[in-house]
Design a binder for this molecule. Structure first.
Ligand code: URP
Ligand code: ZN
Ligand code: ZN
Length: 470
């Protein structure tokens, strides 16, 4: 059905203005003043911001990791995402050595098909650069629409790939227009420090942070950036947490290299001291890279504001405190790594960023939606409010106040790492391709209404747009 959104303030990465939006067949048909159509449902957005739907470029739904499986699957996780103002996720598809990339994608399609309530795409993990894998990359890009590839530089003996794999992935991605993503921590040295800690009987959650110091994130980020420069490729560093890593990204960018970075709400508002909570509560804050000293929060805000970092991902990877995190009760290395943030990413950035004067309203939209669309080949279908774009729209009350809590959140997990935090600003209604997913804060969508997104390549995106390099 056609819809007209009236009386709201439209906010994009570039503009803020009052106008009506006509939606037809899932697309934005027109933007203008006093639009009317007798067949259209009129939505009154008085007092609300009208944002493009959030794009979360970093989620882990229904993923086996650390001896267990994430609590949120594509249904529960995307319902929570939608409540929070996110209308697109890009999830990490894991691969296995010796198997084809296509078989991994088939598995991820099985997990998500008929479950997701919002549109979604996949990044693909590269764990080995065998001849077969490298040969398959072009068809994955062209036929499957999966155009970004993730290499883990940490999690030794689990996901970690070596530098040769990273370099070959960069070179292959360059030749085919893809974007390589890295989890940048030095996994070999972490492995050594971890063994030493356990030998000394240091088993509490805080040792997760102490065995993964920021120097090892800085070192891996710098190494990945230098290999990217050597390969003349493009790199996206996921979940950047600290000055050591930001400096490496800024240095590479100042030399003109195509290096981009993401941070996450948890690193902007929480710090390492949470991991020292008593009664094993510190385990609720165990993810990688770990939380850092509080001084890094300003570094990250400044890097976002100045454009050294481009995006906000949630790194949503949810495990219950009871029954999952407690696998590591006697040994921090057995605590499944990850935290639940897909629902609160959007509001936390608005509240802590815009409301507290750290970033502008338009920068908020850029970070929460537009830059991810551009980098990952979805723009202008997604990431903006413009004629022809998908009608993925968030009607947002900028003054609503609430306290984040596991009692009220929609994620399947039994705790919220931001419990008790006051946020100002809340999505009221959320449309995905013109259909309500959330109406007046209630979920009204259906599992399976989300579509898989075949994405364009990074190279095509930069030819079209003056994107990404600010
Ligand atoms: O601890 C985390 N971040 N878990 C998810 C996997 C990853 O490293 O992104
Ligand atoms: Zn990671
Ligand atoms: Zn992750």
């Amino acid at each position: 059905m056609k819809k007209i959104i009236k009386n709201g303030k439209i906010v994009t990465a570039a503009d803020t203005y009052q106008a009506d939006i006509l939606i037809e067949d899932g697309k934005i048909k027109a933007i203008g003043n006093d639009l009317s159509d007798v067949y259209a449902e009129v939505i009154d957005a008085t007092g609300q911001y009208v944002f493009p739907g959030g794009i979360d470029p970093h989620t882990h739904m229904d993923m086996s990791f650390g001896g267990t499986t994430t609590k949120d699957n594509f249904e529960t996780g995307t319902i929570a995402a939608a409540h929070g103002g996110t209308t697109t996720i890009i999830d990490f598809c894991l691969t296995e050595k010796g198997n084809t990339l296509k078989s991994a994608l088939d598995k991820w399609h099985e997990k998500s098909n008929e479950r997701s309530v919002i549109d979604y795409g996949f990044h693909l993990q590269i764990v080995e650069a065998s001849e077969n894998v490298l040969k398959e990359i072009p068809s994955v890009i062209e036929e499957e629409g999966v155009t970004s590839f993730k290499v883990f530089m940490a999690y030794k003996n689990v996901f970690q790939a070596d530098d040769e794999t990273l370099f070959q992935t960069l070179a292959t991605a360059r030749d085919n227009g893809g974007l390589v993503m890295v989890h940048a921590e030095n996994g070999d040295v972490i492995e050594h420090l971890t063994k030493e800690a356990l030998k000394q009987g240091n088993t509490d959650p805080i040792y997760h942070a102490l065995t993964r110091p920021p120097e090892l994130e800085g070192e891996a980020t710098g190494r990945a950036a230098k290999l990217t420069a050597l390969a003349d490729a493009q790199l996206y560093v996921v979940h950047v947490t600290c000055k050591e890593a930001v400096d490496q990204i800024a240095d590479a960018r100042s030399k003109g290299f195509r290096v981009f970075g993401e941070t996450c709400p948890q690193y902007l508002v929480l710090d390492q001291s949470y991991m020292e909570k008593e009664n094993f509560e510190g385990a609720k804050y165990v993810w990688s890279p770990p939380l850092r000293d509080k001084s890094n929060q300003d570094v990250l805000w400044n890097a976002l504001k100045s454009g050294q970092l481009q995006t906000i991902g949630s790194d949503h990877c949810s495990f219950d405190f009871i029954g999952q995190k407690d696998l590591g009760k006697d040994d921090f290395t057995k605590i499944p790594n990850g935290g639940p943030f897909v629902e609160d990413r959007f509001s936390v950035l608005f509240s802590e960023g815009v409301k507290k004067g750290r970033i502008s309203l338009n920068q908020f939209v850029d970070m929460i939606s537009t830059q991810a669309a551009k980098l990952f080949g979805l723009f202008p279908q997604k990431g903006t409010i413009a004629p022809g774009s998908d009608a993925d729209i968030v009607l947002f009350d900028p003054d609503a106040e609430r306290y984040i809590s596991a009692e009220t959140h929609h994620m399947a997990v039994d705790y919220n790492a931001l419990e008790g935090m006051k946020v100002t600003g809340e999505p009221v209604s959320v449309l995905s391709r013109g259909e309500y997913v959330i109406k007046d804060k209630q979920f009204v969508g259906k599992p399976g209404m989300g579509n898989f997104l075949k994405r364009s390549t990074f190279n095509k995106a930069i030819q079209k747009e003056s994107v990404v390099t600010k």
